[in-house]
Design a protein around this ligand. Structure first.
Ligand code: NAP
Length: 252
């Protein structure tokens, strides 16, 4: 299902990281449907996403592995060479590693913090250096329920997503006066690769669905509306929030 948002992003130039699959693919598709030109950034083939959008003149695939800062400046320069401007950045790429806190390894800590937090910050910085002189721009970070809750067996994920909510507030405080909106969306439990282990564990799956007031997992398209709202002029006076889209999970 595609979320519809009219032509709210007509003529805007958006970057979506981790756009080859899951939530990022839905965001790229739905932003394109709302009129945006979309630069799809990721380390895997973008073919499926580009086919879903089916508008070769309005999409650009950028190959980039965000497990280091090496591609950051190139992403910005490729988008500028292609479209001449950047209006929207959706920091979506993210990973998770599961193990008991007692056994958690330094590699599982560093890998997650690098993609989920460090690359998110430095890509935001690089894009903001383009947005600030223009006096406008929207940055939407993808946070998590673990921006609000502790969780279990995912220490680096919880630390990184709590950090995303904090950084969202800090960047909003620094850049709101410069015309840039920095906000985040915190998806609940969404059917993607990220949650495969939970979906496939019958006990965890049942416990999760029972606790969600809406009574079901989210599909990626359930999350797009909030991202498109925060990327649009409808959110011009919204700064520093982390908006849960969780079927009521946090209300419980
Ligand atoms: P996903 O299907 O696993 O997608 C994650 C995306 O991030 C993929 O495109 C992945 O690329 C990309 N990525 C990972 N490491 C990367 C790297 N080093 N360089 C570039 N791209 C990289 O999971 P998802 O659920 O759509 O997750 C998207 C975001 O939503 C993540 O930030 C996640 O934490 C967040 N989130 C998800 C849920 C949920 O329930 N699914 C809930 C809350 C928050 P590859 O395909 O190449 O690995």
């Amino acid at each position: 299902m595609t979320a519809t948002f009219g032509s709210a992003l007509e003529g805007k130039v958006a970057i979506v990281t981790g756009a080859n699959t899951g939530l990022g693919q839905a965001f790229a598709r739905d932003m394109a449907a709302a009129g945006a030109l979309v630069a799809c950034v990721g380390r895997s083939s973008m073919d499926e996403t580009l086919a879903a959008i089916d508008a070769p003149d309005r999409t650009l695939a950028i190959e980039a592995d965000l497990s280091s800062l090496e591609p950051i400046d190139r992403i910005v320069s490729e988008v500028l060479a292609w479209a001449g401007r950047i209006d929207i950045l959706v920091n979506n790429a993210g990973i998770i590693r599961r193990a008991d806190a007692l056994d958690f390894t330094e590699t599982d800590w560093d890998d997650v913090m690098q993609v989920n937090l460090k690359s998110l910050f430095f890509l935001s910085q690089a894009v903001a250096r383009v947005m600030v002189p223009e006096g406008r721009g929207k940055i939407v970070n993808i946070a998590s329920l673990l921006s609000f809750q502790g969780g279990i067996r995912i220490p680096s994920y919880t630390a990184s997503k709590s950090g995303v909510a904090g950084l969202t507030r800090l960047l909003a405080c620094e850049w709101a006066s410069k015309g840039i909106n920095v906000n985040a969306v915190a998806p609940g439990y969404v059917r993607t690769n990220n949650t495969k282990a939970l979906q496939e564990d019958p006990e965890r799956n049942r416990a999760i669905v029972e606790r969600i007031p809406a009574g079901r997992w989210a599909e990626a398209s359930d999350i797009s509306g909030a991202v498109l709202f925060l990327a649009s002029s409808a959110a011009d006076y919204v700064h520093g929030i982390t908006l849960p889209v969780d079927g009521g999970w946090l209300a419980r």
